[in-house]
Ligand binder design. Sequence first.
Ligand code: HPA
Length: 276
Amino acid sequence: MHHLREMLAESRAAVTTRTDVEPRVGIVLGTGLQHLAERCAVEQAIAYTEIPHMPRSTAPSHRGQLLLGTWSGIPVAIMQGRVHYYEGYTMQQVTYGVRLLAALGVHTLVLTNAAGALNPLFRRGDLMLIADHINLMGDSPLIGPNDDVLGNRFPDMSDAYSATLRDLARQAALTEHIPLREGVLVAVHGPNLETRAEYRFLRLIGADAVGMSTVPEVIAAVHSRLHVVAFSMLTDECFPDALRPVTAEEIIATAEEAAPKLEQLISALIPHLDRQ
Ligand code: HPA
């Protein structure tokens, strides 16, 4: 029953013996966004393979290390690379890193990903603040016995993407002159991209962007009582009647190209997050 808590204590010990940094903000860097970590004054980099119970990333472009340091003067822990459900990991493994960030003392989580644009007004290369989500992955990280110390059995999701933090993100975008879209992310398990009929369906049910990550992490973060702010880098246009083939390499290249504006936005946002 308390197995997860014991695992987290072991992982936490492996990190805290190697650093004095007490992170307050956690950041997860997604596909094509690994270089964002260059803004962080890194004091310690720990490979996921050196942290007991931490699953290793196999997805293209994901580095697989935990960075501890300061970003815009705030102590942070950065997951440089995540693991995905499509890699064959369980939802518990997919969200283990976020739970570790919570165990390390983080109060606020910044999540990033690459996603496809479903809203026809949005474009490849646009940055989207996630306002809400639809979980179509067919699974949840909370299925199974609940440890009431870690979180509630039935966590409320009405403010999963904190309205207060979204206000701060919009303000930071305005100050920095960074165009910022806002919308609903739908999560699918992948790893294949979607058919035209699926994109049409996903748009119809109210999504503005589609991706293969983030949503399980948000569910685990809300369960862990973390405040969440999340961004999608829109890497391809999923318009059913004008669909063009896209490769993972193009998705990564687009995310890398547009990454500097997300780096600038997060740098401006971080100090405000720690004042909450
Ligand atoms: N579908 C799902 N995930 C994605 C996409 C997409 O079109 N683009 C980037 N991640």
